[in-house]
Design a protein around this ligand. Structure first.
Ligand SMILES: NC(=O)c1ccc[n+]([C@@H]2O[C@H](COP(=O)([O-])OP(=O)(O)OC[C@H]3O[C@@H](n4cnc5c(N)ncnc54)[C@H](OP(=O)(O)O)[C@@H]3O)[C@@H](O)[C@H]2O)c1
Length: 283
């Protein structure tokens, strides 16, 4: 199986390389990659560069994990966000018509007002980032019959930015304010890799859209569980409200639901508590 991984130098891409890189004949690509390290360097927003890339490699599957997920930067420059998230996707779908493309998308394609979003729920993004991710999904699904969407909530391993921040703050003895009125469904990286592996290897896929997510939880409780699992001082985690702070990109409930994915791919999801304890044991 020849797999092309876009965004190979990013957070998602590195987890995919580390977890599944040996399983397939995988090669990575990114905008500023060092070709001396065995990666391809290509600005995927440039159609001509992507066409040339398609002459260098003929993958069975493309895992498209390149993009810009920085919400503030996307708001500040919608055209750059469009290039990074939408144009890259269009170029790949057009230049690799025979490859199965698995597009790494996001919970932000939903409005974040009620949570429990299913794979087949209507989209309703309210941020520039979310709009570009939704637009990329629709473009890809329209352009290629072999295009599949895999939506993630905030992805975590032991090095996730949020967990690192909480760990370092608590170790310094600082308090950490976390929203008790903001729910999401963070994705444990092990669950993500299992779903991704199925999407790459299944001879036939019954659905076009999948969710890899964990159980619904508030940001406050997620931090609490992490502190407990890491034997750090839980009392330093304090409840705060998104309504009393300036948090334009944090929604009341942007959690995903994954019943259709679990049934279709025969996968299941564990508890954050177990995952966070496991990560702590192996840190
Ligand atoms: N991280 C999460 O929790 C999460 C959750 C849901 C969805 N996602 C999605 O997953 C994708 C990757 O997220 P991430 O956390 O890995 O982001 P990241 O760490 O910022 O990495 C972004 C990657 O995309 C590459 N890239 C950006 N624009 C490119 C272009 N024009 N041409 C080629 N490569 C380009 C970057 O390459 P260079 O480094 O070489 O510039 C880098 O490898 C995003 O699309 C995001 O929407 C992530």
């Amino acid at each position: 199986m020849k797999v092309l991984l876009t965004g190979a130098t990013g957070y998602v891409g590195k987890l995919v390389c580390a977890g599944l890189g040996q399983r397939w004949d995988m090669v990575g690509v990114s905008a500023h990659a060092d070709e001396a390290q065995g990666l391809y360097r290509c600005d995927l927003a440039d159609a001509e560069q992507v066409r040339l890339l398609s002459q260098r490699i003929v993958p069975d599957v493309i895992i498209h994990a390149a993009g810009d997920k920085n919400l503030a930067r996307c708001e500040a420059s919608p055209s750059a966000a469009y290039l990074a998230n939408v144009q890259t996707t269009i170029n790949l779908a057009q230049s690799f018509p025979d490859a199965r493309i698995i597009y790494i998308s996001s919970d932000y394609v939903f409005p974040g007002d009620r949570g429990g979003y299913r794979e087949d729920d209507p989209l309703g993004p309210v941020t520039v980032y979310g709009r570009t991710k939704a637009c990329a999904e629709l473009a890809g699904l329209t352009l290629s019959e072999r295009f599949y969407v895999l939506r993630l909530s905030a992805l975590y391993d032991g090095n996730a930015t949020f967990l690192r921040f909480v760990r370092e703050s608590l170790m310094r003895g600082d308090t950490v304010n976390c929203f008790e009125d903001a729910f999401y469904s963070p994705t444990y990286y092990g669950d993500f890799l299992i779903v991704l592996e199925r999407l790459v290897e299944a001879p036939v896929l019954a659905r076009r859209i999948y969710h890899a997510c964990g159980q619904r939880i508030s940001r406050y409780f997620f931090a609490k569980i992490f502190a407990r699992a890491s034997n750090l001082e839980q009392s330093l985690i304090r409840q705060s409200s998104r309504l009393s702070e300036n948090a334009p990109f944090i929604f009341s409930d942007i959690s995903l639901e994954n019943t259709l994915t679990c049934e279709s791919l025969d996968v299941s999801v564990g508890r954050h508590q177990e995952y966070l304890s496991f990560l702590e044991l192996h840190s």
